[in-house]
Design a binder for this molecule. Structure first.
Ligand SMILES: Nc1ncnc2c1ncn2[C@@H]1O[C@H](COP(=O)(O)OP(=O)(O)OP(=O)(O)O)[C@@H](O)[C@H]1O
Length: 247
């Protein structure tokens, strides 16, 4: 395909595990500043799709272009540097460090061992920590040890740690799992704010949450895309009701 305005263009992508096609000839395009939600039954291939975009899993065939550059042969850490951030379900924060420190250490130059040794907390880093902490609603918790935060606050901190790297694509796997109703509401607001400057892909099973946040919904089934469009469109699609929403 020639150059496009899409931030992410996934074409004819396949991923196999011992001959089993977890992703089967999948095509997906993502706009800049788009918040896309991926839904579908267990085993549909949703997590595998995020894994292959971030470089954790290898593609067997097909193309993944990010800002028109082919990613498929690049290792995970280079993809991070190119602007792809990925959050997993379990938060990987430093529980015994403060919120401030967690954010500070996530500033790009602080991440390698050498970088961390030479790292000085400059005004630039402090300013970035301030902006990010406000964005994730933890500006008044900067001195709190991360281990003392609520489950929801830990998830927001991890999103903040990714935001420190200013990703252009952020991918989140079930971000509201285990959160209270109030935390879900605040997370919806947070995601709506952060997609103003970047694209976001969210895997989610909570349909009320999906309705609140999704610009567009992609429904996966057996490694393929079953349906795609607005929430209204996909939830009235008989095939989607049959394999997923009706259960
Ligand atoms: N590392 C692996 N080795 C072998 N098979 C795998 C591996 N990872 C995933 N699979 C298989 O690939 C298929 C897709 O799994 P995946 O986790 O991507 O689905 P999912 O849509 O994210 O499901 P869930 O909603 O349950 O998380 C499943 O059949 C799964 O068993």
């Amino acid at each position: 395909m020639s150059n496009t305005d899409f931030l992410l263009a996934v074409e004819d992508l396949s991923v196999t595990f011992d001959g089993f096609k977890a992703i089967d000839n999948l095509v997906l395009y993502l706009d800049r500043n788009e918040l896309r939600v991926i839904i579908g039954p267990n085993g549909a291939g949703k997590t595998t799709l995020l894994d292959v975009i971030c470089g954790r899993t290898r593609a067997a065939a097909g193309s993944i272009k990010f800002k028109n550059e082919e990613l498929t042969s690049l290792p995970e850490h280079i993809r991070v540097r190119r602007g792809i951030g990925r959050k997993f379900q379990t938060p990987s924060i430093y529980e015994n460090l403060s919120v401030f420190k967690n954010l500070e250490l996530s500033f790009p130059q602080g991440r390698s061992v050498l970088g961390a040794l030479l790292f000085k907390c400059t005004d630039e880093v402090k300013a970035r920590v301030q902006v990010v902490s406000e964005e994730i609603g933890l500006a008044d918790k900067l001195d709190v040890e991360a281990g003392q935060l609520s489950h929801g606050q830990k998830q927001w901190l991890e999103i903040g740690m990714l935001l420190m790297q200013e990703p252009e694509l952020l991918m989140l796997d079930e971000p509201v799992a285990g959160m209270s109703a109030r935390e879900r509401e605040l997370t919806a607001g947070l995601l709506q704010r952060i997609c103003k400057n970047r694209s976001v892909i969210v895997i989610e099973h909570d349909m009320d949450f999906v309705k609140q946040i999704a610009h567009k919904v992609t429904v996966m089934h057996q490694g393929k895309i079953l349906a795609e469009g607005t929430m209204d469109k996909v939830q009235n699609d008989p095939r989607v009701i049959d394999v997923y929403l009706g259960h």
